[in-house]
Design a protein around this ligand. Structure first.
Ligand SMILES: Cc1ncc(COP(=O)(O)O)c(C=O)c1O
Length: 372
C-alpha cells in the first residue's frame, strides 16, 4: 500500500464543486489583487480566532518579516527564538539586522525551553518569538510572564498553530492571538492550508493593525503616498477564496486529525523504543504533525521509504548549525536537546482524509521494524 505523507487531492475530489465555484467566482469578478474574498476571509478568520484584526499576506514567512519589522526586531535588537524550528522563524530577524539569540528546546513538548530563554535575556533583548510547533503551543502563560517581566514584545510564530490553545491568565486562548502579533501560514500541508502560498498576521492592537495593512502594500495607506518602506505582500484573492471554503469545515478537519492521532497512539504508544511526545498541561493540541522519536530513526526512514510510506523529518539540522548562521558564533554541543531530537524525530502521515487502514498499515510496519 502506498501512503502519501500529504495529499490535497482527496479533499479536492470530495468537495470539487465548492472549490470550483469559489475559484470561478474570483475569475468572473476579476478582482485578483486584494479582492472581496480577502476582506471576507480576514473577517471570518479573525472571528474564528477570537482576535480583533487579521491582515492577509503572501505567506507565513512574510507575516513574520512584517511583524519583525513593525515590532522593531531589527538593527541589533536581540530576539529570543528557538534553534529547533523552521528557518523562517529566525531569518525574519536576521535579515533585518536583528540578532537572533537561540534557545534550546524542551524534549517533552518539542517547543522552546522557557527556562533557557529566561537565562538568555539581556538589556538588549527586545522581543521573543515563541514558535508553536507540530501539535501544541509553546506554553503561552510562561511566554507572557517572561515578556511582562522584561518588557519584551511577543511575535508568535503560529505558522503551524491553527486552532491550538494555551491557558493564559485562566482563559483558553488560541495560539497566535496572545502576543503583540501572530503569524499564520497557509502552506498547503497546514491544518488550514491553501492551494498555494498564503499567510495571515493578526493583532488586537489598532496601531499595529494599521501598520500591518500599510506594510503589505509598500508602506502606503493612500495610493502612491508612502509612510513606511514596506513590502509587496498581499494574500492572493484566489487563495482567500479557497481558504474560505476550507474554514467552513475546519472544526471537522481538526477533529479528524485528533481521531487519527488517537489511533496512532493506540497502536504505537506501547511499542518499546518509540517515544511519542505528549501535550503539556495548560495546552490543548491540534495534530498538524504526528511525530515519533526513535533512536534508529534513519533505519526506520529507509524501511518506510521501501514500503512507500510517506514521512518527513522536521527538522534534521537545528538553526545554530546552519551555514548561514555561522556568524552568530554557535557550535555543535551548544544546544544538546535540539541536537539529540534532530537525530531521532520522524513525522508520520496525518491529514483528515487518511484512512484507518492506512494508519494501521503505517503502524504495522513500525511495529515490525521495532521487533526485528
Ligand atoms: C514554524 C514555521 N514558521 C514559518 C513558516 C513559514 O510559512 P510559509 O511557508 O507560509 O512561508 C512555516 C511553514 O512553512 C513554519 O512551519
Amino acid at each position: 500500500m502506498k501512503v502519501p505523507f500529504y495529499t490535497s487531492t482527496r479533499e479536492y475530489a470530495a468537495r470539487r464543486d465548492e472549490f470550483d465555484a469559489a475559484v470561478r467566482g474570483v475569475m468572473e469578478r476579476g478582482d485578483f489583487i486584494l479582492g472581496g474574498e480577502v476582506a471576507e476571509f480576514e473577517k471570518e478568520a479573525a472571528a474564528w480566532l477570537g482576535v480583533r484584526y487579521a491582515v492577509g499576506v503572501a505567506s507565513g514567512s512574510d507575516a513574520l518579516i512584517l511583524g519583525s519589522d513593525i515590532l522593531g526586531f531589527k538593527d541589533g535588537a536581540e530576539v529570543l527564538t528557538p534553534t529547533f524550528t523552521f528557518f523562517a522563524s529566525t531569518s525574519c530577524v536576521a535579515r533585518l539586522g536583528g540578532k537572533p539569540v537561540l534557545v534550546d528546546m524542551d524534549e517533552e513538548t518539542l517547543n522552546m525551553d522557557l527556562a533557557d530563554a529566561a537565562r538568555k535575556v539581556t538589556k538588549a533583548t527586545k522581543g521573543i518569538i515563541p514558535v508553536h510547533l507540530f501539535q501544541q503551543p509553546t506554553p503561552m502563560q510562561g511566554v507572557m510572564d517572561l515578556a511582562r517581566a522584561h518588557g519584551l514584545k511577543v511575535l508568535e510564530d503560529a505558522a503551524e498553530a491553527w486552532g491550538m490553545k494555551s491557558l493564559v491568565d485562566g482563559v483558553w486562548r488560541i495560539a497566535g492571538t496572545v502576543g503583540d502579533i501572530g503569524a499564520y501560514s497557509f502552506f498547503p500541508t497546514k491544518t488550514l492550508g491553501a492551494y498555494g502560498d498564503a499567510g495571515l498576521a493578526v493583532t488586537d492592537d489598532e496601531e499595529l493593525y494599521r501598520k500591518l495593512k500599510s506594510y503589505r502594500v509598500h508602506g502606503s495607506s493612500v495610493k502612491y503616498q508612502h509612510d513606511y518602506i514596506g513590502y509587496n505582500s498581499r494574500l492572493d484573492t484566489l487563495q482567500a477564496a479557497i481558504l474560505r471554503v476550507k474554514l467552513r469545515t475546519i472544526d471537522e478537519a481538526i477533529a479528524a486529525r485528533a481521531r487519527h492521532a488517537a489511533h496512532y497512539f493506540d497502536r504505537l504508544g506501547a511499542i518499546q523504543g518509540v517515544r511519542i511526545p505528549g501535550i503539556a498541561r495548560g495546552n490543548k493540541g491540534v495534530f498538524y504533525v504526528y511525530n515519533i522519536l526513535i533512536d534508529e530513526r534513519d533505519a526506520l526512514a529507509a524501511r518506510l521509504k521501501e514500503k512507500e510510506i510517506g514521512f518527513s523529518i522536521y527538522y534534521p539540522k537545528p538553526l545554530h548549525l546552519q551555514k548561514c548562521f555561522a556568524y552568530l558564533g554557535y557550535k555543535e554541543g551548544d544546544f544538546p536537546i535540539a541536537e539529540s531530537v534532530a537525530k531521532r524525530i520522524l513525522a508520520l502521515p496525518i491529514y483528515p482524509e487518511i484512512t484507518d487502514a492506512e494508519v494501521d498499515y503505517v503502524c504495522d510496519e513500525i511495529a515490525s521494524f521495532c521487533q526485528s
